[in-house]
Design a protein around this ligand. Structure first.
Ligand code: NAX
Length: 327
């Protein structure tokens, strides 16, 4: 009998949580392996979370082996193999960038320390809560006994959005589109790169054959999709963010498909001139729970300028949280 995969989800009573928990419980990450959910929320949200747990119970998911909820990270993270850090402090009215970074700093320093103390030896940590890259950096710096490679921030939603835009433009099936890359920060400065992507085995930029579309439509549409969804729906993307969170965790634990790669924000080793130590999005392949940055891609001036702009923003965020004493 395989032991259940213990999966922690923070911000479990939030919008993303309301999609994510049901996807995880029905096997989107672990397949047929049983999962145990360990759900963290702040105290005032625990009652709402109890309601979500009632609904999870009512689904009678065959592979849901148990659910624990609470507001103390040291209890909830105990023995977890996978921690999905979704809960974060959104920017409120009148809040400055510095206020946002310190509010989230408090959350991610505490959660990093708790993971360091009680998570399973094989733990993998995926950060969805924004500012995701910098929150991941804060968590990993506060978890000195966990290898930094075990932390990543979510850019898979951006990656999936890029695939969807390419499919719409070319009429190709999403399954024919490979090797899309998101570089940099999960923010409006991100660089969705289709110059190394393939559509049905052919270079995507050549299939599209329209540089103006790439510059004036594709890149900004992917980078600003979050805002477009807020405009249309009145709240931020949630089901798609949950789906991407599952995709990212599933591929990390089980391996990325042959002949393709995925985008993940991981700690830079200096590849492609991204300053070492920043949590930045790269093209990666995964296998056996480990990731590797795809090497040897040619970066032309167009791509270089965009990667540099996004990583400069990440360096600024790192400097700001360093000044705040969070890392
Ligand atoms: P919600 O505000 O609906 O839910 C967040 C939940 O986190 C709330 O229930 C809150 O009580 C909880 N929370 C706050 N502090 C906590 C703490 N210290 N411990 C545990 N729980 C805590 O937000 P939702 O729409 O679910 O989005 C969650 C986060 O994902 C936000 O930061 C959002 O910006 C981010 N996103 C990231 C995306 C990505 O691609 N990386 C895309 C979607 C989303 O915008």
């Amino acid at each position: 009998v395989t032991a259940p995969l213990k999966v922690a989800v923070t911000g479990a009573a939030g919008q993303i949580g309301y999609s994510l928990l049901f996807r995880i419980a029905s096997g989107a990450i672990a397949g047929d392996r049983p999962v145990e959910l360990r759900l963290l929320e702040i105290e005032p949200a625990l009652k709402a979370l109890e309601g979500v747990v009632m609904e999870l119970d009512d689904c009678a998911f065959p592979n849901l082996a148990g659910i624990e909820i609470g507001h103390e990270p040291e209890k909830i993270f105990d023995g977890v193999n996978l921690a999905l850090l979704v809960g974060a402090r959104p920017r409120g009215p009148g809040m400055e960038r510095g206020d946002l970074l310190s509010a989230n700093g408090a959350i991610f320093t505490a959660q990093g320390k708790a993971l360091n103390a009680v998570a399973a030896d094989d733990v993998r940590i995926g950060v969805t809560g924004n500012p995701a890259n910098t929150n991941a950096l804060i968590a990993l710096k506060n978890a000195p006994d966990i290898p930094s490679e075990r932390f990543s921030a979510l850019t898979r939603l951006d990656h999936n959005r890029a695939i969807s835009q390419l499919a719409a433009k070319t009429g190709a099936a999403v399954t024919d589109i490979k090797k899309v890359t998101i570089w940099g920060n999960h923010s409006a400065t991100q660089y969705p790169d289709l110059f190394h992507a393939e559509i049905g085995g052919k270079n995507a930029a050549e299939v599209v054959g329209d540089q103006a579309w790439v510059e004036d439509y594709f890149i900004p549409t992917v980078a600003k999709r979050g805002a477009a969804i807020i405009d249309a729906r009145g709240s931020s993307s949630a089901a798609s963010a949950a789906s991407a969170t599952c995709d990212a965790a599933r591929d990390w634990l089980n391996g990325s498909p042959a002949g393709d790669w995925v985008s993940m924000a991981v700690v830079s080793d200096g590849s492609y001139g991204v300053p070492e130590g920043l949590v930045s999005s790269f093209p990666v392949t995964t296998s056996g729970g480990n990731w590797e940055i795809v090497q040897g891609l040619e970066i032309d001036d167009f791509s270089r300028a965009r990667i540099d702009a996004s990583t400069a923003e990440l360096a600024e965020e790192r400097d700001a949280v360093t000044e705040l004493g969070l890392i």
